[in-house]
Design a protein around this ligand. Structure first.
Ligand code: ZN
Length: 160
């Protein structure tokens, strides 16, 4: 019994066999990480899990359904706050794209809102009296553009 066990070890566990086992394990690990990376970048729903709060997670981005309205710096939209400064004391410059959100989202929290800023991330730089909970206000430079946006209910992504 002892001899056959020794034979088994000598026969199968030669240094070359051990190297092959290690290389195979390394290959499997590499393939898994490559596969995993592809899953993340192509946003296949496999990696998305949902929590009790209705948020789903996707490589750090959470998706949440929101009511997205629009505003501009005019008196109609901002009333007495139409002073060219946002609630985060950001001075509005030509070409700026940003949003107002509830204070549960810190300033600078990034959001991706389909159709706004070419669907590229924008930061929370402002607050609004009516912008509470799952409501966002996207900023436009003209009242006309804000009116054209109207009101949309959509899935947006955010990363804090
Ligand atoms: Zn306006």
């Amino acid at each position: 019994m002892k001899n056959s066990a020794k034979n088994f070890v000598e026969h199968y566990l030669k240094p070359s066999t051990i190297i092959i086992i290690i290389l195979t394990a390394a290959n499997i690990f590499m393939l898994a990480s490559v596969f995993g990376f592809d899953l993340v970048s192509s946003e296949i729903p496999l990696l998305i899990t949902t929590t009790g709060q209705g948020h789903s997670y996707d490589a750090g981005w959470r998706t949440v359904r929101m009511r997205v309205s629009a505003y501009c710096p005019c008196r109609k939209c901002c009333g007495k706050h139409s002073d060219g400064l946002t609630a985060s004391t950001h001075r509005i410059r030509r070409g700026d794209m940003f949003i107002a959100a509830d204070n549960k989202y810190d300033f600078k929290t990034r959001f991706v809102i389909p159709g706004y800023n070419e669907s590229k991330p924008v930061e929370v730089l402002d607050r609004g009296g009516a912008i509470r909970g799952n409501r966002l206000d996207v900023f436009f430079h003209s009242h006309k553009e804000a009116m054209e946006w109207g009101l949309k209910y959509m899935d947006v992504k955010f990363m804090q």
